[in-house]
Design a protein around this ligand. Structure first.
Ligand code: ADP
Ligand code: MG
Length: 589
């Protein structure tokens, strides 16, 4: 879709981010354009073309503009770029922070992390030198996606690829091992028509064309996220997808930050999409200073962040998620395990809703575009595992339904599109039971856990029964509950309080690795499966229940303390021992 001719148009209508322009030469669906407004070029994308019935080269286009249109007037110049919305791929992506259009935010020294409309910052550092080592020689035949060399990017090997759009091509020249920046040519190739192309360390790729898999495979290997309720009951595998809906304040963002810090992956990409600007700026600052707990290096060395906050134009949100996905696919292709965290996909969907509303499309449920389920599915489908490259792209998206109503279209479509589902509950958040993932309602996962399916089912069954007894207690009272049931209820409460609840801000408790999880599971299973006989001499059932509660309260305090302090192997082994003693001891008051 490259075109060198200067194709232009003029604005004839402006309606928020949606504009119409009359054009003078063929326009291509989906190509980008720039609109000259008060001396600055604003980025836009062609959405619809209505050509003149008498002359196909003339007509009207409808475009969405990704930047604030304040000051735009009828008659303003439009220049068509002949290129779909693209992202720049190459070394330097890691450690970067951009806005939703891949403008680098930090190099500009922006305090408020917000570019003014029309301001551009190069996506990648153009001066930084990279230590290039060639992998091919003149005369070699290659295809798009093949590596011509590599550079070290932090602790990663970053392969320099022939752009994916290329067919068969032949290396004419390639530089020796040397230090180069991203503006320099490292190789010249000829295509099948003998046309020469200069290859650099970077190339741009259209964000709506997924980067191919080498050999797609079913996500199998479970990720250690460090979050117990997830790793035990609703796990996610490398290359998997998860929807994480929850009402405002239920802990979606805190959970994403936990995953950022503790989930075992090579690379983490954050797409902060339409959430509060203050929150995003905080993340930039915090994460720049945080260390990666598994390497001790700065967390940013394995991260990049797209910050597209609520104060930025809505249309750019749509772009930001696709840009982040493409960067994720690129590193998967390089052989790395990548996790993409998008917060929130509801804001992304709102951008689509606003656009389709302005375009006058027939609206679907709650005014979302009719095809919103397909668009959501299409987004999650770009995640996946690749046995060919050895890499994976895991996509975890938050959903923020108004009023926490999970019946709304975006939450529903997400449930249909993802392999895992972590529903956060208002009740749990209100009770400060964090993370507020409700393991009984709306929690689901097709992936393997770190514990056996039987053990996982046992835990869920106990939680369910304890929950039912809880309901009984609150409706008809504790008196009507027999002692065995009350013990079961206390067991469920213990699992919830000591295992499922986890302090995201506590140094040790924040992250539980699989070995520790196994110890915990041993304790849980022992607790669940061993009948405990409580009795007292007087035979006073109500007093006995009081005593049972006291015993369990003590156990829970002990366990919480273990969560916060147990480190050595001996200390770890203390938990199963404690449970063993607790369940075996005939408890007399
Ligand atoms: P959301 O993104 O769903 O609107 P947040 O992630 O901002 O909600 O969480 C709101 C507040 O809840 C946080 O500021 C924090 O005080 C508390 N919180 C959430 N999750 C946890 C957690 N795992 N541990 C401790 N506190 C939490
Ligand atoms: Mg949030």
């Amino acid at each position: 879709m490259n075109s060198n001719s200067k194709r232009t148009g003029v604005l004839i209508s402006i309606q928020d981010s949606l504009v119409k322009a009359r054009y003078n030469e063929n326009v291509i669906m989906g190509e980008t354009a720039e609109i000259l407004v008060e001396g600055k070029f604003l980025q836009a994308e062609v959405l619809q073309i209505v050509s003149d019935p008498k002359n196909a080269k003339l007509g009207i286009v409808e475009m969405q503009v990704f930047e604030d249109l304040t000051g735009a007037k009828i008659g303003d110049l439009v220049v068509f770029k002949g290129k779909a919305l693209s992202v720049l791929l190459g070394p330097g992506l890691l450690t970067s922070i951009w806005d939703g259009l891949q403008n680098a935010l930090y190099p500009l020294g922006k305090q408020d992390s917000y570019l003014k409309p029309g301001m551009r910052a190069p996506a990648l550092d153009e001066e930084k030198l990279w230590d290039f080592t060639p992998m091919v020689k003149p005369g070699d035949t290659l295809y798009g996606g093949h590596a011509i060399g590599s550079v070290p990017e932090g602790r990663f090997i970053h392969k320099i690829l022939v752009p994916f759009g290329f067919g068969k091509c032949k290396i004419q020249t390639i530089i020796e091992s040397s230090l180069v920046n991203i503006t320099q040519t490292v190789a010249i190739v000829t295509d099948e028509h003998n046309k020469e192309h200069e290859l650099k360390l970077v190339f741009s790729h259209p964000v709506k064309s997924p980067i191919p898999f080498m050999e797609r495979s079913i996500p199998k290997k479970t990720i250690s996220t460090g979050v117990r309720v997830i790793d035990l009951l609703a796990p996610v595998a490398y290359g998997g997808t998860v929807g994480n809906p929850g009402p405002f304040g239920a802990g979606k963002t805190v959970l994403q930050h936990s995953l950022c810090k503790y989930a075992l992956a090579d690379i983490i990409i954050m797409a902060a999409c339409g959430e509060r600007a203050g929150e995003a700026v905080e993340v930039f600052k915090d994460f720049a200073e945080l260390d990666d707990p598994s390497t001790g290096e700065s967390l940013m060395n394995r991260m990049c962040i797209f910050g597209n906050t609520s104060s930025m134009p809505v249309a750019a949100r749509e772009a930001s998620v696709f840009i982040a996905l493409t960067v994720g696919e690129y590193y998967r292709y390089q052989g790395y395990n990548v996790i993409l965290l998008a917060d929130s996909t509801s804001r992304w969907a709102q951008a689509l809703r606003e656009r389709s509303g302005r375009q006058g499309d027939i609206p679907g449920p709650e005014a979302f575009p009719m095809d919103i389920p397909d668009q959501i599915k299409g987004m999650y489908q770009r995640a996946g595992a690749d046995t060919g490259s050895g890499g994976s792209l895991t996509f975890i998206g938050t959903v923020s339904p108004a009023g926490g109503n999970f019946q709304e279209p975006v939450t529903q479509a997400t449930m249909d599109s993802t392999g895992g589902f972590w529903g956060l509950s208002q009740d749990r958040a209100d009770a400060k039971k964090y993370p507020a993932i409700d393991s009984l309602v709306y929690t689901n996962s097709v992936y393997d856990s770190f514990i056996s399916k039987e053990d996982r089912d046992q835990i869920l069954k106990t939680l369910q029964e304890a929950n039912d007894i809880d309901q009984t207690i609150s409706t008809i009272g504790l008196k009507k509950v027999p002692v065995e049931k009350y013990v079961l209820y206390q067991k469920g409460q213990t699992i919830d309080f000591c295992v499922l609840q986890q302090d995201a801000f506590h140094e040790l408790d924040a992250c539980t690795r699989p070995e520790r999880l196994q110890v915990i599971n041993m304790a849980i299973q022992k607790l669940i499966k061993t009948p405990i006989h409580f009795s007292n001499e007087e035979g006073d059932v109500e007093e006995l229940k009081e005593q049972i509660k006291t015993e369990f309260d003590q156990l829970r305090l002990w366990w919480k303390d273990w969560n916060a302090n147990a480190k050595s192997d001996a200390e770890l082994a203390g938990l199963p021992e404690q449970i063993e003693n607790f369940v075996l001891q005939e408890q007399y008051a």
